[in-house]
Design a protein around this ligand. Structure first.
Ligand SMILES: [Zn+2]
Length: 152
């Protein structure tokens, strides 16, 4: 049966249900206002349908898009990988991908910005979705930005 990792998994259970979005974005880039409470709850529940961190991380990768920001620094190229802009999406009940601002994405899923950053950085580094990467993840809490710079 299951390995006894319940204590660890419990960390990834939601603490609260999403609140209504605080912003009023109606622009083309951020369409937060077009999402209903039902959309938010559905997306939230989808994320927490699994308490496995890997599965949740895979969903983060799926609904974000990292675009490298070109900022040429001739002195040290090693830091170039750290600069990227992230786009966030929430899928509506109809299955439409709605671009939203960072705050909406994070508050709907009740996750921290640093977790998203970590997942995306890892994805960019390895090029694989977290579910495909079966390596041990026990060190991820000590993961630091430095690591990204080393593996260019
Ligand atoms: Zn917004």
């Amino acid at each position: 049966m299951w390995k006894r990792s319940l204590a660890k998994e419990a960390l990834y259970e939601p603490e609260n249900l999403p609140n209504n979005l605080k912003c009023n974005h109606t622009s083309r880039a951020f369409q937060c206002s077009s999402l209903t409470m039902r959309d938010l709850l559905t997306f939230h529940n989808r994320f927490y349908s699994s308490h496995l961190k890997l599965k949740q991380d895979a969903l983060i990768v799926k609904f974000t898009q990292a675009l490298p920001v070109k900022r040429r620094r001739p002195k040290n190229n090693t830091h170039s990988m750290k600069s990227f802009q992230t786009k966030y999406f929430i899928s509506s009940c109809e299955g439409l991908l709605i671009p939203v601002c960072q705050q909406s994405f994070l508050s709907t899923l009740n996750i921290s910005r640093s977790r998203v950053q970590r997942v995306i950085e890892n994805f960019m580094k390895t090029g694989t979705n977290p579910t495909e990467n079966r390596g041990g993840d026990h060190k991820s809490s000590k993961y630091k930005d430095k690591k990204v710079a080393v593996i260019d």
